[in-house]
Design a protein around this ligand. Sequence first.
Ligand code: ACO
Length: 181
Amino acid sequence: SHCPSIRYRPVRPYDLEMLEQIHSDVFPIRYEPEFFQNVVSGRDIVAWAAVDRSRPNGQSDELIGFVTARIGLARESEIVDLLRYDSSKSDQTLVYILTLGVAETYRNLGIATSLIREVIKYASSIPTCRAVYLHVISYNNAAMRLYQKMSFKRVRRLQGFYLINGQHYDSYLFVCYLNGG
Ligand code: ACO
């Protein structure tokens, strides 16, 4: 009906409600209130929002997509064995993508691609950062295609990684190496 004009910005405290709403709409997993608090306060977490500037009625700054990520030490991560890890460089870091989601009416417009690009750009700007990585549930073909298209490598399958409504599901681990990682 209207022509979207998508922009990207950091997630802010006033995004809290929409952030929780879209998470519960698009994920089969429930996240703790503390998770959302940490995202909007930027406590250990970096997050970007997609908004549609063409929306009317004061909705032009309302969240329609997001990506959340955490930076951590490479030596404390589960992929330390996959890096060209040098013990003299114990300050090596990684960025882990926690959640990525786009509201249904805004899918297939390249928004998730742009959000992931923001994360890669951010991670590349950190000299100690060796990779961006994440887990995807094994049946999520849309997400896996997206990551493969963005040159993430599927490096591992983890049995029973997710527990949803009493059922176990495998996950795939995807890694995008950076800065000679
Ligand atoms: N089927 C197959 N491939 C798809 C689909 C689909 N329905 N949707 C997207 N893709 C792939 C395609 O390869 C596409 O590239 P192409 O257009 O060149 O073919 C690529 O993804 C990028 O598409 P975008 O338009 O950038 O993706 P979109 O903005 O629609 O968002 C997302 C994709 C985030 C997976 C969305 O469908 C969503 O929110 N799903 C529910 C939540 C989710 O699954 N999040 C990811 C979980 S993993 C994690 O959070 C770490």
